[in-house]
Design a protein around this ligand. Sequence first.
Ligand code: PMV
Length: 317
Amino acid sequence: MPAFTATAPGKIILFGEHAVVYGRPAIAVPVPAVRARAVISANPLGAPGSVKIDAPDIELTAFLSDLPPTHPLSAAIHGTLHQLGLPRSPACSIKITSTIPVAAGMGSGAAVTAALVRAFSVFLGKSLPDEYVSALTYEVEKIHHGTPSGVDNTVVTYARPVYFQRREPQPPLIEPFTIPLPFELVIADTGIPSSTAVAVGDVRAAWLADPERFNSLFDSVADIVRAARREISAANPQALGPLMDENHRLLQKIGVSSPELDRLVKAACQAGALGAKMVGGGRGGSMIALAPPAASAEIASALEAAGAARTIPTVIA
Ligand code: PMV
């Protein structure tokens, strides 16, 4: 029996998290060094509709019928069946694994969904186009996040750097772009789980309490995102360092950094990084540091000495 496999990469938001929820642009890139993988195998002896799920990373072994419909894996499977107009799945086993740190601002939930939707749709006989994979992943992200901007599902599905802007009620602006001159980042995980839904909810409450101040912070983030886009296109990635520092200061003002994130940002800069910032929802999760050529290892060691649970040196190309 053939197995049907699909993967999706992790992602980081280079610039623009949180402000992106409020219609400002963001730049996000895939991190192919870490990936989610879904493998589907037919079970010819099983009863139709019997779907066994094994996700060892989250210590889950269950039948689909035992999961509540709001469980993200259940929502992804039912969403795929619905999209293909099928009442139930043939009997099968689904194995989900991932090397993307969980709750670390690296899009692990979105990557699992995108990999699962892709592998499952191929198993069902019809490979869904990227736009459907992304749209289904967005629907499942609503369970994780409440009001996701749509940037995570977009990057993990298309697996390309994107300039993204929400434009409701119109569809978002999604501009995949190439990076003319690659650059090195060190990603460091604080080891403290980050709840994006909580951080996004707190920002919303603060924005409602003082819209003028927060809109102005979001506008400043948008200026940085546009400047970063210009510098990347001009093959001038070292200019991203000061922009990262400035974006981090704005995220501190928005209220989503944490002492641990600030400590890692400072340690990276002291170790020679050209700039650094937290990424994703914040409060915990991960940060990134822009490394000058050949300095990634030294910066990664400094981050580990400053308490990082894990570092991932990566080339953005
Ligand atoms: O924490 P992550 O990787 O899910 O990223 C969240 C990014 C936010 O801008 C805070 C929310 C969003 O939906 O874009």
